[in-house]
Write a protein that binds this ligand. Structure first.
Ligand code: NI
Length: 195
């Protein structure tokens, strides 16, 4: 079987090619940040399989219906099978990936530690300084006004802090949440000069 480090390198190459041309919210850079954050959390969480965490993080968006019309984790499965990953490992990885997706999982907490870690890492990438940048990049792409993008902070991003699964992610989310709140305070002040 292929060495874990080499397999992860191959997965990085795969997502870099697959997401080439995408920008803003769902690009290869997002995936790589989620991957590194997931590994950081995994090191602090006992009882998880770090290789499953790593691969689920790297492949968590490769069959995202907003970007691709693949069914049944086709991209992830084809990639892993081509690397001779055993079928039972492929199942574990896809199970973790699918438990992260809000649309597939309807807001339920992932049923494995690996899924919970990758979900935390994915959500952490939506808040903090990167979250602010991604929100406005997405807003710009979709012709949203600054005010509409700001509403997204209140409707969605400020809720994420209380949705983290692991203690490590809760701690990081609290910091990033406070950063967004400070940012919004400053932004509101600048949007209404003199008030
Ligand atoms: Ni993602």
């Amino acid at each position: 079987m292929i060495r874990p480090e080499l397999l992860q390198e191959k997965a990085i190459e795969y997502v870099t090619l697959l997401f080439a041309g995408n920008s803003g919210g769902h690009d290869a850079e997002h995936t790589l940040r989620v991957y590194r954050m997931a590994l950081y959390i995994a090191e602090r969480e006992p009882g998880c399989d770090r290789e499953i965490v790593a691969l689920a993080a790297l492949l968590h968006d490769v069959d995202d219906p907003k970007l691709f019309s693949t069914a049944g984790n086709r991209h992830a499965r084809d990639f892993l099978a081509a690397q001779n990953v055993p079928a039972d490992r492929i199942e574990l990885i896809c199970r973790a990936v699918n438990s992260v997706s809000f649309s597939l999982n309807r807001g339920q907490t992932p049923d494995t530690p690996e899924g919970r870690i990758v979900q935390d890492a994915d959500r952490l990438d939506a808040i903090g300084a990167v979250g602010i940048a991604r929100t406005f990049a997405y807003g710009g792409e979709h012709g949203r006004s600054l005010r509409d993008s700001v509403r997204h902070f209140y409707d969605k991003l400020l809720l994420l802090k209380d949705m983290m699964n692991t203690d490590t992610a809760k701690r990081i989310a609290a910091e990033r949440h406070a950063f967004i709140e400070n940012y919004l305070k400053e932004l509101e002040a600048e949007l209404e000069p003199g008030s």
